[in-house]
Design a protein around this ligand. Structure first.
Ligand code: ARG
Ligand code: ZN
Length: 878
């Protein structure tokens, strides 16, 4: 028997709530297995709702103790209760209060939604629909209330008690060993932003003075003893607050801002009003335990959650279809912050790599959906790369099209007009339409139409007339539910580059002063006059639109861009394109001229000799070839992961051999001097030095092993130690196993570090890896209920290990299916996430496809599947 997953929520069915809740008073008496919650809700009929409607409150696994209306206990005949809902059949026609007592069990809450325990501490996660696991409620984002929360707990068990807003009262309950705190949040908010924490926690803090002169106490709470590891996060928080004031004019609005790090968390972090709760992986860092990438992620996620205070909390979403309204915008804001704090081109390349690896992949899969979906069965399955990353690209394109000044004016208007409301994508676009006078209805298609557009461009030069013409066409492939596509409004930032490196002054009246051409038809041409020599076009500078491109440029022309383009993104893109062409041809077994490989290698060596040390972080990105997954995506059908693996390995060897001397020189000249610092410039030097090690090892295994073993043992920081250990993963043998054992010994009591150790091993592209992963699941540090552990080991196997996950005998798929079913019984969200690694199964060659399909069908056919997993399995098979 199948679980019922048929219930579909549709955007077109939206209607306002029949009731509103103005105030919520919560009394939460924490207890490990029997927490008692008393909710007093001040309700009134919504003038925009239906007149005679019953009051139907949402619930999820809550058990009702009592319910009273205006203080009068309700008899059974006047309500209906189940774990999923509480219905008051004949509610009053005017304002009234409802007092609901419920009991919940935080210890057995393995879904990590609602109130649960992590390492003995109490914490909550309510987005999207977790508040209904705490009490019965109108659990939808357009019902906004002022919350007062009294939290009571055993003093030993939970000396720290935190809630949303400001603390207004605290005290002891004499003779009971218990104490309490009362928190009040004056800003009306939806229930998904509710949070509370109770536990034994260490604290770091400082005072921040806002631009308006308000003093705010900033604090980060972590596992006691790890306080110093929160210093970097605290610093990032302060910088985020300053940046949002300077760049967006946004000021913080409470007396305190608290962050709590917990070890069991489904996502990265959560922007609860005044009380952000984080996966500890994105808070805790020390040079000994965290890599440069960890530091950068911490900075970005701290900023992201803080920025939600305006884009998400002050202005929230009317319904969950509008999720991109807060997430796309907030990702855009955190990306801008990181670009300003670090290197803009380097950061842009990193963003685009993620976008292609995750969002383009999703868009090419059966799970493809619009940035604003029109229907869902389980909203948790829509916290996707499309909503977040493509959502951010839409905001970026809007800024590119209207320019920075109008963009800022539009943002100001949006915040001003929508402050305190639950808004829609239409409200957002209306602000920009108003300040610019533009009609943005064509642009709005980016929210509605799924799929990655492909833009094809050909260039024609007429030396006699000194004209150059670019002919563009665009097409978007069909996606589930959308067989036919309309043309999109695509900003193409471009320039022309001459072959000798001189910038070309060419005129075209259809290119804006900022160098942007708007392609909004299925086909269009752009003519330039006064072009004195055959140019090389540099298109989609800074990746101005989330599209795939086909350009009729030769490898030689692309390598001109590597040398001469003023746009750093396209210098990087040019080498990626050349490498990708050669890798695809080799993986498909097509003939590849040796001279083509030699040309790429020598262009890379020449670039490194001349320019690498000017910007080591950028150089490291140029040296990194497209990943196996990127290559698979480019091939798109009939994929053989083994052939891709071998092609990539051969090219790395080739480049390592050709550039050997330069790489050795980088090893010496970039060696760390002085203490570790996580700043972008230092991280860039480490990245180039470690990329050099990786290529040297690809060219010469014995040398690579020697250098890597030395570095694993002598490194002064985790970045270098882990990079070297990663190199050893490509070199089977005793040295590798011994290094892994020493690493484990050293970090035995550091779960976040052991996660890295799990990940490296799960990605080893060798026959024995599946057995190794099974063995590691027995490791003392592994826990099937902890999302970080499961993602580090099982998730990495599925997402990073193309050859073993897609093993031809189907063993990788079967393993993942077993784990998905096992995890589903504890934590459906986590299980559904793991299951998305099947998303490109239809692109595989026949044998693998058959195995993948069988595994998916086995999952889909399992009785009592969660809605989360049932939905992903069903859509993957559609
Ligand atoms: N709003 C959070 C963030 O992006 C994500 C929370 C998602 N949680 C969930 N259970 N789906 O900052
Ligand atoms: Zn977010």
């Amino acid at each position: 028997m199948r679980t019922d997953i048929a219930q579909i929520v549709r955007l077109e069915d939206y209607r306002p709530s029949d009731f509103l809740i103005d105030r919520v008073e919560l009394d939460v008496r924490l207890h490990p297995t029997a927490t008692r919650v008393t909710a007093t809700l001040s309700l009134r009929p919504n003038p925009k709702g239906r007149a005679d409607a019953p009051l139907v409150l949402d619930g999820d696994e809550v058990s009702l103790t009592s319910v009273a209306l205006d203080g009068r206990p309700l008899p059974d005949s006047e309500f209906e209760a189940s774990p999923q809902s509480l219905t008051i059949t004949q509610p009053p026609r005017g304002p009234f209060t409802l007092t609901i007592e419920t009991e919940i069990d935080p210890t057995s809450n393995t879904k990590l939604m609602g109130l649960y325990r992590s390492s003995g501490n109490y914490c909550t996660q309510c987005e999207a629909e977790g508040f209904r696991r705490i009490t019965y409620f109108l659990d939808r984002p357009d019902v906004m209330a002022v919350y007062t929360t009294r939290i009571e707990a055993d003093k030993d068990e939970a000396p720290v008690l935190l809630g949303n807003g400001n603390r207004i009262e605290a005290g002891e309950i004499a003779g009971t060993g218990r104490h309490y705190a009362v928190w009040h949040d004056p800003h009306p908010k939806p229930s998904y932003l509710f949070a509370l924490v109770g536990g034994r926690l260490g604290r770091v803090g400082k005072t921040f003075r806002t631009m308006g002169g308000r003093e705010v106490e900033l604090a980060i709470y972590v596992e006691a003893g790890k306080e110093s590891r929160a210093d970097y996060a605290l610093d990032a928080l302060e910088r985020s607050m300053r940046w949002d004031e300077r760049v967006f004019g946004r000021e913080y609005d409470l007396d305190v801002f608290n962050i709590v790090a917990v070890s069991d968390f489904n996502m990265g972090a959560m922007e609860n009003k005044g009380l952000n709760i984080f996966n500890d992986k994105y808070v805790l860092a020390s040079p000994e335990t965290a890599t440069d990438v960890d530091y950068a992620n911490i900075e970005a996620i701290i900023a992201h959650e803080y920025f939600h205070n305006w884009s998400g909390n002050r202005v929230t979403c009317r319904d969950w279809f509008q999720l991109c309204l807060k997430e796309g915008l907030t990702v855009f804001r955190d990306q801008e912050f990181s670009s300003d704090e670090r290197s803009r081109p380097v950061h842009r390349i990193a963003e685009v790599k993620t976008l292609r690896a995750r969002q383009f992949l999703e868009d090419a899969s059966p799970l493809s959906h619009p940035v604003r979906p029109t229907q869902y069965r389980e909203i948790n399955n829509f916290y996707t790369a499309t909503v977040y990353e493509k959502g951010a690209e839409i905001v970026r394109m809007l800024k590119t099209i209207i320019g920075p000044e109008d963009f800022r004016r539009g943002m100001d208007l949006y915040f001003e007009r929508c402050d305190g409301t639950a808004a829609t994508v239409e409200d957002f676009l209306a602000a920009f339409a108003e300040v610019t006078g533009h009609d943005l209805s064509h642009f709005a298609r980016w929210y509605a139409q799924a799929g990655t557009p492909r833009v094809t461009v050909t260039g024609t030069y007429d030396p006699a007339a000194k004209t150059y013409r670019l002919d563009f066409t665009q097409a978007t492939p069909p996606t589930p539910g959308q067989p036919d596509k309309e043309p999109m409004a695509i900003p193409v930032a471009l320039g022309l580059v001459s072959r000798d490196g001189e910038p070309l002054q060419a005129a075209s009246d259809r290119v804006s002063p900022q160098g942007v051409f708007l392609l909004d038809k299925a086909a269009d041409s752009l003519a330039f006059t006064g072009v004195t020599s055959q140019p090389v076009p540099s298109l989609f500078r800074e990746f101005s639109a989330p599209v795939r491109t086909s350009l009729d440029l030769s490898n030689e022309e692309l390598l001109v861009l590597l040398r001469h383009d003023s746009d750093a993104f396209n210098r990087w893109q040019a080498t990626q394109t050349v490498a990708m062409r050669l890798l695809v041809a080799q993986a498909k077994g097509d003939a590849v001229a040796d001279s083509d490989l030699a040309d790429l290698a020598s262009a890379l060596c020449a670039f490194m000799e001349a320019d690498a040390l000017d910007d080591p972080a950028f150089a490291a990105l140029v040296l990194a070839l497209p990943s196996e997954a990127d290559i698979a995506q480019e091939i798109g059908r009939d994929i053989d992961p083994d052939a891709i693996h071998h092609a990539r390995k051969a090219m790395r060897r080739r480049i390592g051999q050709a550039c050997r001397e330069t790489l050795h020189r980088f090893r010496d000249s970039l060696a760390e001097r002085g203490p570790y610092s996580p700043d972008a410039a230092s991280a860039g030097r480490r990245a180039l030095r470690n990329a050099s090690l990786d290529l040297l090892a690809a060219a010469d295994a014995a040398l690579g092993e020697q250098l890597a073993v030395e570095q694993v043992d002598d490194a002064g920081n985790m970045t270098d130690r882990l990079a070297a250990l990663g190199v050893l993963m490509t070199l089977p043998g005793d040295a590798r196993e011994a290094a892994l054992a020493r690493f484990e010994e050293r970090y035995r009591d550091e779960p976040l570090v052991l996660d890295k150790w799990f990940t490296l091993q799960a990605a080893i592209p060798e026959d024995g890896t599946l057995e190794r992963v099974r063995r590691l699941m027995e490791h003392q540090a592994f826990a099937i209920g902890n999302p970080n552990r499961v993602r580090a080991l099982v998730g990495s196997f599925a997402m990073l290990n193309q050859v073993r996950f897609n093993a031809k005998d189907g063993s990788g798929y079967d393993f993942l299916a077993d784990i998905v079913l096992q995890v589903d019984e504890l934590n459906p969200q986590l299980a559904a996430r793991l299951l998305t690694s099947f998303s490109s199964w239809r692109m595989m060659e026949k044998t693998r496809q058959t195995h993948a399909k069988n595994a998916l069908q086995r999952i889909a056919g399992k009785p009592n599947l969660s809605r989360d997993v049932g939905d992903i399995a069903a859509r993957s098979l559609e």
